[in-house]
Ligand binder design. Sequence first.
Ligand SMILES: NC(=O)c1ccc[n+]([C@@H]2O[C@H](COP(=O)([O-])OP(=O)(O)OC[C@H]3O[C@@H](n4cnc5c(N)ncnc54)[C@H](O)[C@@H]3O)[C@@H](O)[C@H]2O)c1
Length: 206
Amino acid sequence: MGKFDGRVVLITGGARGQGRSHALAFAREGADVAFCDIAAQLDSVPYPMSRSADLDETTKLVEELDRRCVGVTADVRDGAQVRAFVERAVTELGRVDFLLANAGIFSSPAMEVGGNGITVNAVCPTGVDTTMIQNPAAYALFLPDTENPTREDAAPAFQSLNAIPVPWIEPIDISNAMVFLCSDEARYITGETLAVAAGATAANAG
Ligand SMILES: NC(=O)c1ccc[n+]([C@@H]2O[C@H](COP(=O)([O-])OP(=O)(O)OC[C@H]3O[C@@H](n4cnc5c(N)ncnc54)[C@H](O)[C@@H]3O)[C@@H](O)[C@H]2O)c1
């Protein structure tokens, strides 16, 4: 029996990276999954964004866990597209229990919705091993004087941010926090920010 049997999770930015990891972590706990992703390149983003093949891959991986999955192409900056995504999720999966605003920041109305027993929390990671940091433009930010810096070149610079000596953490580390915060064990945790940061928060405070 999973923590989320019969429940439905909505995830933004689920085509790859942390969003995909969350989709699979929640599916392993029994949840059906609806996710959206822009699945297209934005000119302002200096690294390859996900594509429809990534969206299809997340859907396939969730379905392989015998859970239902609705993957929708939608841009979280567009209210109409987000509404259509949520409506499709409710129509096809029947309910919504959890929202993981993985792409885009949603407002955090913990006070507003607390009376209804709804919890709202934020998870703040250090560097996570996804394309968002594993790309030449990100490496160059850390190593402006190195020609064509690589993942290996950038690792010590990323590691210097963290108290625990790792350059970055894995998407599953964030998924584990998401699963905990959505579980009954965390039913009275709301309005909080949880850093999953290998000590980066403490390192920066010092
Ligand atoms: N990777 C890190 O080190 C790190 C650290 C702190 C916070 N974050 C945040 O974590 C979240 C997930 O990033 P990731 O590390 O999995 O990177 P990623 O690039 O692998 O995945 C991000 C996903 O979001 C999708 N996306 C981007 N803009 C979108 C939009 N407007 N509408 C819908 N989908 C959109 C992308 O297509 C992609 O599939 C992001 O919000 C990112 O800012 C990442």
